[in-house]
Ligand binder design. Structure first.
Ligand code: MN
Length: 244
């Protein structure tokens, strides 16, 4: 059996100097997590013309929508509240297209952090633009050690029994890391909520009529090496990609 090829969406890297030498990037933990899950990772460029993007998509056995900056509210029909971070409409367009194709064509999909928000917007849902200022009594959704990819717990979530997410990581209380200031507000068509933080913030979603469409608001890729139960998300993606 050949190794399933898992696309990971890349991001623009603004650190290039001069900017004419602009870069695309991907966090190495995403690549490592796909390897640990049993797949062959490939990075999908965030800026690529649509017919070429489609050609890439058709070679994939599975897809990871990766983390990053905020999605432009243009894509969910709301005004900019002025609290947005790193908006990039070109990347948004690319990832929303990929998410819609993955939903329509039943391509196995794991949506991480920003990715769960992309998935939701692609399905017609909306987002909370800034949790700290717009959600009362929210827990801290920032990782406790600023500036580091913290592999350990920021808060707990309650995973819904009977969901695909529960089949992977177990139902009930789960410790997760957290590095987001936005979240799913209204849930998009065909998606269901599979995990919530204690403040009610949606932390997991999936498409029940899809073979594997799982979204999480935390960052399992940085925990996959040390935590076998977290690695299950990537193994599950790769298993679904294998039987695609
Ligand atoms: Mn969180």
């Amino acid at each position: 059996m050949s190794l399933p090829v898992i696309g990971i969406t890349g991001r623009p890297d603004r650190s290039a100097r001069p900017p004419s030498l602009s870069l695309f990037a991907i966090g190495q933990p995403y690549v490592r997590a796909v390897e640990l899950g049993g797949g062959a990772p490939v990075v999908v460029p965030p800026y690529v013309e649509e017919t070429r993007l489609r050609a890439i998509f058709e070679h994939l056995d599975g897809l990871i929508l990766s983390g990053g900056g905020d999605i432009s509210p243009v894509f969910y029909g709301e005004e900019n509240d002025g609290l947005l971070w790193l908006v990039d409409e070109r990347r948004d367009r690319t990832e929303i297209l990929l998410a819609r194709w993955a939903l329509a064509d039943k391509l196995p999909l794991l949506a991480i952090c920003r990715g769960i928000q992309v998935l939701n917007v692609a399905a017609g849902g909306t987002l909370v633009q800034d949790i700290p200022t717009q959600v009362t009594n929210a827990v801290s959704h920032s990782s406790p050690v600023a500036g580091r990819p913290v592999p350990k717990v920021a808060h707990t979530v309650e995973v819904t029994a009977g969901s695909r997410l529960a089949a992977l990581v177990g139902a009930g209380e789960l410790d997760v890391n957290s590095a987001h200031h936005q979240a799913v507000k209204t849930v998009g068509a065909g998606l269901s909520t599979t995990a919530r933080a204690t403040d009610g913030i949606i932390e997991g979603m999936e498409a029940p009529d899809h073979p594997f469409c799982v979204g999480v608001q935390w960052h399992p890729e940085v925990m996959a090496e040390s935590y076998p139960e977290v690695r299950r998300l990537f193994e599950g993606l790769v298993e679904a990609a294998q039987s695609k």
